[in-house]
Design a protein around this ligand. Structure first.
Ligand code: PAF
Length: 291
């Protein structure tokens, strides 16, 4: 193990840049019988992330935020290079939310030379939703989340329902690989007009921003139609057409088993989740709601 370095500090929040420092701080907390929560993030914090921190603080004595823009979950065509990295602002927001420690490693700390192990994911990771458009994304997510879990060894970790397929992939991985970590699902935070908060919303032009709330509105209408007894394929086809007519490039609008994400031909007893992804210009938006 590398030697622990002295953690730096911004706004009273300690910042660990390496795994040894993170482990040393967490070990001291654990020795004092503290319950520890991890909020994994890629930074560019908005109110949605801060609501995850609030969930963590309700359930734990100490809250760690990881900030790492994980290269293995980006395809070469995606926005890894331009992904927003407002580090000092993030730390200040986390400090104001009452967080304790930020783990902000660089890529070489997480993926040192010779790194050669990637988690192979199935089940909800191969549901034909995000994975259809981002084939290696969830293997990258699962790998980095597993590493963060091993590095921090939290009692619980908080994930947003906004990335619903990711949440189900992480829950599956925790069960399959016997991580002793509770996964807390936090509800999606929305703008007043319904748009789900996302770091990528800042890529939207004013015209696209004005159109973007239609994504959520369409999911809500689709849910109403299903609750009124519409056939699933009819309700989904109408939702896709509504978005396409408004100028969205529709990747998918699907109704899935809320747990396994398997397709559903008809409404039965299992809980249903409506999930969608659509593009406005260069920005890809995702959203989902319970039926
Ligand atoms: O949801 C995210 O921000 C990322 O996918 C995560 C979970 C931090 C892994 O890089």
């Amino acid at each position: 193990m590398t030697a622990r370095s002295v953690p730096s500090e911004i706004a009273g929040v300690a910042i660990a840049r390496d795994v040894a420092t993170l482990r040393a701080i967490v070990a001291e907390w654990r020795a004092a019988k503290a319950r520890i929560a991890l909020v994994p993030s890629m930074g560019a914090l908005h109110a949605g992330h801060l609501s995850l921190v609030a969930e963590a603080k309700e359930r734990a004595d100490r809250t760690v935020l990881s900030i790492f823009v994980n290269p293995t979950q980006f395809a070469p065509s995606e926005d890894l290079g331009s992904y927003p990295r407002p580090f000092a602002r993030d730390i200040e927001a986390f400090a104001a939310a009452g967080g304790d420690l930020v783990f902000a490693p660089d890529a070489a700390e997480i993926y040192p030379a010779g790194f050669a192990t990637i988690i192979s994911v199935g089940g909800p990771a191969k549901a034909g939703l995000e994975d259809k458009f981002r084939p290696d994304h969830f293997a990258g997510v699962a790998t980095v989340v597993a590493k963060l879990f091993n590095e921090c060894r939290p009692d619980l970790a908080v994930f947003g329902e906004k990335d619903y397929q990711q949440l189900k992939v992480v829950e599956r991985m925790v069960r399959d690989l016997d991580f002793c970590i509770g996964i807390v699902a936090a509800p999606t935070l929305r703008e007043k007009d319904g748009l789900a908060l996302s770091s990528r919303n800042e890529y939207l032009s004013p015209e696209e921003r004005a159109k973007a709330p239609l994504l959520y509105a369409t999911l809500v209408s689709c849910r109403a139609a299903l609750r009124d007894g519409a056939a699933i394929d009819v309700a989904l086809a109408s939702a896709r057409a509504r978005l396409a007519n408004a100028g969205f490039g529709v990747d998918y609008v699907e109704a899935r088993d809320a747990e396994t994400l398997a397709p559903m031909a008809e409404i039965g007893r299992a809980a249903i989740r409506l999930l969608c992804a659509a593009r406005l210009g260069k920005t890809r938006l995702i959203d989902n709601i319970a039926v």
